[in-house]
Design a protein around this ligand. Sequence first.
Ligand SMILES: [Zn+2]
Length: 106
Amino acid sequence: MGSREAEQARRKLARRRETIARLYEATSAQRLAGGGREAGEKNEVEPVQTHLADEVLREILEIDRAIDRIDRGTWGLCERCGQRIGRSRLRALPETRRCLDCRENR
Ligand SMILES: [Zn+2]
């Protein structure tokens, strides 16, 4: 994978990480603030927010791993079969660790 693609991916990942981190802070703050709300309302909302927070954390971790791979020069290689991951897949999903085949046959 060319270094230009890697640099573009790094910028894209960094931007998304920032957006997601903000979202995570917002949901965490809401969750803490939600403690004083009416019970009926809170019970419906909280599991969704907790789930969202987990998803967000997981994605931040994936982004960090991808940036780390870019630094080490292994970004764009499938962690399972070692083949290059398709360019369009990487563009759409720069943090992906597997090629399309390995993803499907997991
Ligand atoms: Zn693969």
